[in-house]
Design a protein around this ligand. Sequence first.
Ligand code: AN7
Length: 353
Amino acid sequence: MAQLWRGVIREYMEYLPFAEGDPIITLGEGGTPLVPADAISRRVGADVWLKVEGANPTGSFKDRGMTAAISKVVAEGSTTVVCASTGNTSASAAAYAAKAGLRCAVVLPQGKIAAGKMAQAVVHGAILLAVDGNFDDCLNIVRALADSYPVSLVNSVNPFRLQGQKTAAFEICDELGDAPDIHVLPVGNAGNISAYWMGYREYAERGPATRTPRMWGVQAEGAAPFVKGEPIKNPETVATAIRIGNPASWDLAVAARDESGGWIRAVSDTQILAAQAMIAAEVGVFVEPASAASVAGLLAAAEAGDVPKGARITCTVTGNGLKDTETALAGRVLDPTVIPVDIAAAADALGLS
Ligand code: AN7
C-alpha cells in the first residue's frame, strides 16, 4: 500500500515546536517533487535537481510555513490573521485561514500582484486592502496593526513560519540520502533562505545528514538589497513576488550566506524570463518568474566559471507558473492553426501526410 503524506507538521513533528494533541491546520502541504533537471545539468556541468514547490496546495512554498503559523494561531485562540504580501503569502494565508475558520486580512501593493494570486485571496474569502506603496510599506502597516490590535501576524517575521519552511531542506536530504553540495534559491523578504539554512543545520546536527550545503541566493537586479549591502527604496522587477527592498530576515539571511560559505547575487529580468521559458520547455516544469531566478542565478554562475564540476545542486523553484500567465505569455503568439473537424486536415497540419 502507498505511504500517504500527512502534511509537514505530522511528518516532521520531532523537529518542530508541536506535540501530539496540538491543533493542526493542514492542507497536505510538503512532500513536493524533487525533479532531476537534465537540461540544466548539461548546461552547468553539474548534477542539478529542482525542488518543485509550486506543487504545494496553494501553489507555493508558503504553505509549509502557513500550516505552522495558522495552527499556532488556532492554539492561541486568536480569530483574525493579517499579512502583507507580494501575492503568495496572501494566497496561502487566505486558504489556511479558510480551513481554520479564521478571518484573514491581506495588505497588498496596489497593481503589483499577479492575477492568479489575487484570485486566490478573493476566492478564499480574505479581506483585501491595497496600498499605494510597495511590499515594504505593506509590511510596516501589518506589523503596526499587530502591535496595537488583536490580530495575529502571519508574515515570516512570525517564527513559526520559518519552522514550517525548514522542512523543505529535510525532504531534500531524505530523498538524496544527504545534503547537496550547493542549494540555490530566490531571495525576497529572505525568510526562505533563512529557513532552509536552519533545516540543513539541524539535520546535520541531529544525524540524518552528514554535512550542510553552500547557500546561493539570487535576487532580481532591480530589487537586490543584499547585493547592494543596504535596503533599497523603490524595488522594481518583472518577478513581482520578490519585488522587495527591505527584507525582514536580513540578519538571518546574511548568516545563512556567510556561515555556509555561499553568496547572494543578482540577475536581470531578461535572464529570469529566459530561465523561466527554458525550465518550462526543457525540464517540463512551469514556474513563476521569481522561482526562475534561482535557475537564472545558477546559469550565470556557470558562465562565470563558479560552478564546481559534478557538484550536486538543488534549486528551489518556489511558485507555480499558473499564478502569472500574463507574464509567461507576454510576446508569445497564441493563435493555433484552425482546422475543420477532419482527421486528414489534422494530419496535414502536423506534417504527417
Ligand atoms: C514565488 O508572498 O514575500 O525570500 O509576500 O512568492 O522567503 O521572501 C513572497 C516571496 C520567492 C521569496 N519566490 O521568498 C510574499 C512574498 C516566490 C515568492 C519568494 C517569494 P522570501
